[in-house]
Write a protein that binds this ligand. Sequence first.
Ligand SMILES: *Cc1c(COP(=O)(O)O)cnc(C)c1O
Length: 414
Amino acid sequence: MNHQQILHMDLNDPLANKREEFDLPENKVYLNGNSLGPLPIRARQRAQQVIDQQWGQDLIASWNLHQWIDLPTLAGEKIARLLGAQTGQVICCDSVSINLFKLLACALQLRPHRRTILSQKDNFPTDLYITDGLRQLLGERSFKLVLVEEQEIETAIQNDVGVLLLTQVNFRSGKAYDMQRLTQLAHQHGALVIWDLAHSVGVLPVQLDNWNVDFAVGCGYKYLNGGPGAPAFLYTASRHLGQIKQPLQGWMGHKAPFEFDWDYQSDQGIRQFLCGTPPIISMSVLDAALDVFADINVEQLRDKSMGLMSLFLDLVEADAALASLELLSPRQPELRGSHLAFAHASAYALCQALSENGIVTDYRSPNILRLGFSPLFLRYQDVWHSVQVLSDIIKNSLYNEERFNREIEGARVT
Ligand SMILES: *Cc1c(COP(=O)(O)O)cnc(C)c1O
């Protein structure tokens, strides 16, 4: 593969012009869009408009005038389009952690005689922390959280399981579960499913309605590019909506919040999942960022994401200097999400050295180099360039330099 061919791939890329919708730093290749998506130009414009005009001038009238009150469902419907969900089932609110708490409580109500929540040992920690916290709140005997290895999930789905709680794409390895198949299997055993789509939404084609998924959650700030701390979303199949009661019953989930009733009467639709006042500024920014997706479909994103990752892997495998990188993600594109993970003894130092050379990647303890391939703004030439830089760093043992090997201070984020 030569550079000319790579440039040709960019010329033939149907998503090539999407890059212009982002404000990207110069001379950087951003392989971290799976952790924090970059800034869409329309998101900045919207932030300015919301602050200067809506908040600054129109003040409280904006709740109606600028539809602040409907923002959670308006943004929710834009996300629903990316999830294969019909209207009225997705709402934008809170964080993934809080939404999981609400949905777990609801799922347990629907399976009162089942005592097991089944998940994976290597699930994203917050999913397990939240489940454990709910268990402590409800009493240690209310249910048990059973954690198994990834390859044991299928056999562990038995008739005692009330809820199967899984993240579709593993945040470390990038390995993706077959959501349709596992949902079906869970249902055959009388269990409900909650899927965490943090590393799926905006890049993997999913069909929540067609696959009969019960509940799902996901992030606004990863592939959806909604900005740091952007609100998350949740999905509840309409067949469950009338039969559940989410426990964080704040006034915004009341069927008539502005009647200030003494009694809580929950909204019967998806709005019942609202708790308090939505963060209008950050939700507006996410809402604007979602418009980047308006004229494309998820299949196009998936095709390009697989193309970028295949190119990266082909170039790495063709370069003898890079043999020390051990691929932890599945080699088969259909089995993974949109990031690649490599084990390397000096993964942390590699990540630092790459960063100094303009390639932004991610490090996951203890030895993982993680690279996200967000198809909206990355070019094939960026992939080519990244492999060249990586190769130079390893060939010249640049990562051994002292400045790349200092201990990390403070916390690292997702
Ligand atoms: C990023 C991520 C989250 C984040 O949860 P928040 O509560 O929104 O911070 C949750 N689950 C998974 C799998 C993630 O990757």
